[in-house]
Design a protein around this ligand. Structure first.
Ligand code: ADP
Ligand code: ZN
Ligand code: ZN
Length: 813
């Protein structure tokens, strides 16, 4: 008899055996998909793990429904990597399988399909395909169950697959739209003419072309506004025909350019990479030298030192050597600028892998990587691109390695993409380059210990100085009545200076909405979320109260729900309030806001970033989204509205994170020409972190944080495993947590913290408890995890506790 062991996309820690025929055994290989039945007639897509002849013990193996692939879609290296992830992050191989594959590869009986509008080639469909097509004309969606019913047979996956390939149907999921920004055409003088003293020479040259001369004069007038000049604007203002403008372009005096292009598809030819500066060249060589002896190198380069240009040179070399390169980014939606830069150099080698892309695009990238196509030699993606079927990686770049969003929190696998990348690189015999201006304490520690190579780059490109950072004591300012709303007189002064110079400003406030708390002046009650243990945030534009944890919303009320008083105050402030204050303070300037609310719509980020780039916005206020590697040439001032809330966040990483965030946001100032300025408003200007930010003292911050970690038993000296229990019944989760706390404590003694109730103790009606297990370096990690899983099993053997949701999070950074 022949059997296969398969991975099913479910959270059970085991492989599942199915029976196959001799012929199927000859055909199947690990990494191919099969459709199988599991549980009460549910059908799943399973992945073949091994093929063998050992009958399972204690039960009769079922037969498979059908084979779904002709060749493997997952390779051996991936399987090895998935096994590491499952083991290290304490989840099932099935959970990794589910996270790794695009959903179109994971059909199951509950999957819903939908028709693609506009399909008309019905005569190209087979009889069965047509039946499904037909059914979808009457119903907006169908489950696979239903399809099985319609066709009167269980083996329907190949028909679904074929319909997807013919673009007749799609698997239902969020519908994503392709970004097609308007192409705005701008005009500028060619470099050689671009100075005022060239003006007379230019006019001389054009002495016999009156129209063209007028146009040039008009252009110089517009240029004093220091903003990019639209072709349409120049035409309008000068009253010239487009032909006149074009003749100047033909004469090589003007050139056209576009600020916003289609950021997703690229069809031009690649351009030459930039020549590195002397310091960049030294760093580049140092990285290469380290790679001879180390697998991982940290490039610690200050903001705007040109780290990207160094990556580019490394990538170029690897592509020439025929290797695949993976470029990991924290949040891809925010990095359109970077995508554009890389497309410019590597257009025909580059694919972007993005969970927000449509299913077909994701499947296409998967297949291109699997087939090692030229188009997929360089993959740019967020953490999930680690799961693509690479066969030949030479280098993984983890850009902004300190970013928390490299960690997946929910659902499992709860992996850290940086750490998982280092393991993946090992499987490929590849190298990893971690890049950042503000390394995480763990990474810098690893570099200090010699585990990673360390290369530093401490000069900005063009030798622009790092911004000058000023701490503004707002306690003092309040006392002296020097505040207008949330703005100190000093910040306003700096803003006015910048605006007078026609420079742009970024203001940072890490909280969205108008105010996080509304409070009754009479009785002190504030509206709470009915499902979560938090107060509702007031959003003034929609006149709503919203919960930022579950999305609950209600109209803003005019009186107190408890006592009826009409005196309602707000406490704290968010980006909306700053935006409104700005509107009053600077009525003649264009204000923009970038936070989760303003970017929720279709391609909201790109729109705002594009507008800011085109200098259609003078002052941009936003949340931490602003800290992510944006490169704007004309920003000279960054204001941090309030540094204190982040510093006071109850987390052992709060200080490290605040440091990183503030340095990164500050790094947006003065990137191109002159030295930038930063104002940090705080009630506590002597706080050591603020001092360290203002003097750019990473080392000092690091040493202090490391001391604290040592003293209080945190990473990198101890590993942390965090268990989260959740249930709708308060008593049940409380009892469960106490039981679990006791069992774990009897094993791990003083290294167990909790159970504790988190600051937000209820979310979506689930009560939450945490237990943290700290693992000293000398304690064996594997054995510890086995013990934890054993305790988990006993926990779940208790009937009352079984329904409690039980999450394990390893390295909860
Ligand atoms: P980082 O990633 O270190 O913050 P970037 O790579 O974004 O810095 O570089 C900052 C700016 O300087 C970018 O606009 C980049 O194009 C420019 N730049 C950096 N190095 C060079 C170089 N060698 N030649 C030309 N421009 C450069
Ligand atoms: Zn809520
Ligand atoms: Zn009241």
């Amino acid at each position: 008899m022949n059997y296969i062991n398969t991975i099913l996309p479910i959270p059970l820690q085991k492989l599942f055996t199915y029976k196959i025929t001799e012929a199927e055994a000859d055909f199947l290989k690990p990494g191919m998909r099969v459709a199988v039945e599991f549980g009460k007639s549910k059908i799943y897509t399973a992945l073949v793990y091994s093929i063998h002849t050992i009958a399972p013990e204690g039960y009769e193996a079922k037969e498979i429904h059908q084979i779904l692939d002709e060749t493997p879609v997952v390779n051996d290296i991936q399987l090895k990597h998935w096994e590491w992830i499952a083991k290290y992050y304490m989840c099932s191989l099935g959970e990794v399988f589910r996270a790794a594959l695009p959903s179109a590869f994971l059909l199951e009986s509950e999957t819903e399909i939908q028709a693609v509008a506009g399909f008309s080639k019905e005569n190209e469909l087979s009889g069965e395909e047509f039946l499904i097509f037909e059914a979808l004309q009457h119903q907006s969606q169908l489950s696979i169950f239903k399809v099985i019913e319609i066709l009167g047979k269980k083996s329907v996956f190949p028909i679904i697959k074929s319909l997807i390939e013919k673009n007749v149907i799609v698997v239902k999921e969020q519908i994503y739209e392709q970004y097609k920004p308007k192409l705005v055409k701008y005009i500028r003088l060619k470099e050689e003419w671009n100075s005022n003293d060239k003006l007379s020479e230019l006019l001389e040259t054009l002495s016999r072309a009156k129209k063209q001369r007028e146009l040039i004069l008009r252009y110089f007038q517009l240029q004093t506004g220091k903003k990019p000049i639209k072709v349409s604007k120049l035409q309008e203002d000068s009253n010239c025909s487009l032909a006149v403008i074009k003749s100047l372009v033909d004469k090589d005096i003007f050139e056209y350019y576009f600020i916003q292009k289609d950021r997703i598809s690229f069809n031009g030819k690649s351009s030459k990479i930039k020549e590195l500066t002397e310091h960049q060249e030294i760093a580049y060589e140092a990285i290469k030298t380290f790679f001879q002896t180390k697998n991982t190198v940290l490039l610690k380069g200050i903001t705007s030192s040109g780290k990207t240009e160094i990556y580019v040179k490394l990538i170029k070399q690897l592509l020439e050597d025929g290797k695949q390169v993976l470029y990991l980014l924290p949040e891809i939606a925010l990095t359109t600028q970077l995508i554009e830069r890389l497309q410019y150099y590597f257009g025909e080698y580059l694919s972007v892998f993005h969970s927000k892309y449509s299913m077909n695009e994701r499947v296409e990238v998967w297949n291109n990587v699997l087939e090692n196509k030229q188009k997929a030699q360089l993959i740019l993606g967020a953490r999930s691109s680690l799961f693509l079927p690479f066969s030949n990686i030479g280098l993984i770049i983890v850009d902004e390695e300190h970013e928390p969003s490299f960690k997946q929190y929910d659902p499992a696998p709860r992996y850290h993409a940086r750490d998982a990348a280092i393991v993946l690189a090992n499987h490929h015999n590849a190298k990893v380059l971690l890049g950042t201006a503000t390394p995480s304490v763990e990474t810098y520690y690893n570099a200090q210990q010699g585990k990673y190579g360390l290369v530093e780059l401490n000069r900005r490109f063009g030798d622009v100085l790092l911004p000058e950072i000023e701490l503004v004591d707002i306690k003092e300012k309040h006392r002296k009545k020097r505040m207008t709303g949330h703005f100190s007189d000093r910040l306003l002064e700096m803003m006015n200076d910048a605006l007078n110079e026609k420079e742009q400003i970024i203001l940072f406030q890490n909280r969205r909405g108008y105010a996080p708390v509304v409070e009754c002046e009479t009785c002190g009650v504030s509206p709470q979320c009915p499902q979560c243990d938090v107060s509702l945030t007031f959003h003034s534009f929609r006149k709503e109260l919203r919960c930022h944890y579950c999305g609950y919303r209600q109209a803003m009320r005019h009186n107190c729900g408890a006592c009826g008083s009409e005196k309602l105050n707000t406490k704290g402030f968010g980006t909306e309030q700053i935006e409104l204050e700005l509107g009053e303070l600077f009525p003649n300037h264009k204000i923009g806001r970038m936070d989760l609310d303003s970017t929720r719509g279709k391609y909201g980020y790109q729109k705002i970033i594009g507008q800011f780039e085109a200098q259609e916005i003078d002052i941009l206020v936003g949340t931490q989204m602003l800290s992510k590697g944006l490169d704007f040439g004309n920003v000279s001032l960054v204001g941090i509205m309030n540094a204190d809330t982040m510093l006071n966040f109850p987390d052992f990483r709060a200080h490290e994170r605040s440091y990183q965030l503030m340095v990164q946001v500050s790094g947006r100032a003065g990137r191109k020409k002159v030295r930038g300025k930063v104002a940090i408003q705080t009630f506590n200007p002597h706080h050591q972190i603020l001092q360290q930010v203002s003097t750019n003292s990473y080392e000092e911050m690091y040493k202090e944080q490391l001391d604290e970690r040592w003293q209080y038993h945190y990473p990198p000296f101890y590993r942390i495993i965090k268990i989260t229990l959740r249930h709708k019944d308060f008593n049940r989760v409380d009892e469960g947590a106490n039981w679990l706390g006791k069992s774990l404590t009897s094993q791990f003694k003083e290294n167990v913290l909790g159970p504790t109730t988190p600051a937000i103790s209820k979310i979506r009606n689930y009560y939450i408890r945490h237990i943290i297990i700290k693992i000293p370096q000398k304690q064996a990690l594997g054995a510890t995890k086995t013990n934890i899983l054993r305790v988990k099993n006993s926990f779940q053997a208790i009937k009352e506790f079984r329904p409690i949701k039980f999450n394990i999070d390893v390295d909860n950074y």
